[in-house]
Write a protein of this length. Structure first.
Length: 465
């Protein structure tokens, strides 16, 4: 298992991670008619909004409590209460999440108490779900902020089975699907298709494929999210057959959901590679009681053929990866399945999953750390988000853009990585990067005989005397 190398410097020279409030906002954006509100300065929210707009190229609903110098010192409870009420009055969302920033946490904000005070003072907004989450940006990452927000949404909005009268299997085709931040809108669309081929109805929690899929709408403007999982669906999760959890970062959210509903859980770390997808397909066949559809069997055979075609390029390839834990584990499994060698693995923060990843060592650090480790180990290809492009250029190697944010390519948010088809395309993309980029080219051989006049090599005519 991996040897976890802790940080050994006091700052991030070339930051890798995105903050917890961004992760919390991303989870919120997967619900219909939702509005995330960051409790902090206006700059905190503006910075997060820039990340989202550059990545998704869509208008993003995001609000701020606009803490200033005075409220930072004297207390910002009033900012939170006024902010919630203003959003409720003007936008009438179905869900508001209050996400703390480093400024609010340092100031000592108690947003959970603020929500209780808002409820007591404004009973007219009882139909609007309001969830508070502690997501300080001086710790954790987008992955942990996303997971923490989803956990708090489940805690606040999913009723206990004994109170709601729900029981597992009441809805005979429904499957709850908790999805981590690593799944793109394109991944979720592909995953929905896989479930439906088994005659199952997936309820994604949350569902970015319906809210941030780049679809034009009839509305000229909406102050809240359009599409995503309806908040009302959360009341039905206790009637599902099972809950499928994709992403180790959601283990706490999955445990909480199972304890509240009694619905059994199938946990899958990721869906990259042949083995991981075999686990999912086997689980769906068992859950549905149906045979594996021929179309999925054909896609599996196509992936096997792609593995044969690309192993010449990917076998023994030295790769460096910079990503949060879920995505890091997924790519390591995929590359090792192809015989590649991960020589540099860097992630943003320590999580329980890291110790289970089958690689020699994992560095908790930034993109500078990956650059130094990669250079020392003669890395041949880099996998990372758009911030890692300059790193790859300095190393003189190609980069496969993956993760968040992706701002220097069009449609990166919509790419499909998972399933047999997504894995197949990922292998093609990796192989194409290798064959279209020079790696340790063998120098042209020039014969010594071709560098001298022919007369120098002619043998003298023997004398008869």
């Amino acid at each position: 298992m991996a040897d976890i190398l802790k940080r050994n410097k006091a700052l991030s020279v070339n930051p890798l991670k995105a903050s917890q409030p961004i992760g919390g906002s991303l989870a919120t954006l997967g619900f219909n008619r939702a509005m995330p509100m960051l409790h902090g300065s206006q700059g905190c929210t503006a910075f997060a909004k820039v990340f989202f707009v550059r990545h998704f190229r869509e208008p993003i609903p995001l609000q701020s409590t606009a803490m200033d110098q005075g409220s930072s010192v004297m207390g910002a409870d009033e900012n939170v209460l006024i902010g919630i009420k203003t959003i409720a009055e003007k936008s009438r969302p179905a869900l508001i999440t209050i996400l703390t920033t480093g400024l609010a946490e340092t100031q000592g904000a108690d947003v959970h108490r603020n929500v209780r005070e808002f409820r007591e003072a404004n009973p007219q907004f009882a139909d609007i779900a309001v969830v508070a989450v502690n997501t300080p940006d001086f710790t954790g990452s987008v992955e942990t902020g996303y997971a923490a927000t989803l956990t708090e949404i489940i805690r606040a909005l999913v009723p206990d089975a004994k109170d709601a009268g729900t029981y597992p299997g009441k809805r005979k085709r429904q499957v709850n699907v908790l999805v981590s931040y690593q799944l793109t809108p394109g991944d979720l669309e592909a995953l929905r298709d896989i479930f439906e081929q088994f005659q199952l109805r997936p309820v994604f929690v949350p569902d970015l494929s319906d809210s941030l899929d780049g679809c034009l709408t009839d509305d000229d403007f909406s102050p809240v999210t359009i599409g995503g999982t309806p908040v009302s669906e959360l009341a039905t999760l206790g009637d599902a057959l099972v809950t499928v959890v994709i992403g180790a970062s959601l283990s706490k959210a999955a445990e909480l959901l199972e304890s509240k509903t009694g619905v059994p859980t199938y946990a899958i770390d990721h869906l990259y590679g042949l083995k991981a997808n075999d686990v999912l397909i086997g689980a769906l066949a068992k859950i549905s009681g149906n045979l594996v559809p021929e179309r999925i069997e054909r896609q599996r055979a196509q992936l096997q053929d792609a593995m044969l075609d690309t192993h010449f390029m990917l076998g023994q390839l030295r790769v460096g990866i910079a990503a949060d834990a879920d995505l890091l584990a997924a790519f390591i499994d995929l590359l090792q399945e192809m015989g590649a060698d991960v020589v540099a693995a860097v992630t943003s923060c320590n999580t329980p999953l890291l110790a289970k990843i089958p690689v020699a060592s994992i560095k908790i650090g930034d993109l500078e750390d990956m650059e130094l480790i990669g250079k020392a180990n003669n890395v041949q290809l880099v996998i990372g988000n758009s911030h890692a492009v300059d790193t790859a250029e300095r190393l003189g190697v190609p980069i496969l853009r993956a993760g968040f944010p992706l701002y220097d390519i069009i449609g990166g948010y919509q790419k499909t990585w998972i399933g047999y088809r997504g894995t197949r395309q990922t292998l093609f993309d990796l192989a194409n990067l290798v064959i279209n980029f020079s790696h340790e080219d063998i120098p042209v051989y020039r014969s010594v005989y071709g560098q001298k006049p022919a007369s120098e090599f002619s043998e003298p005519v023997p004398s008869c005397h």
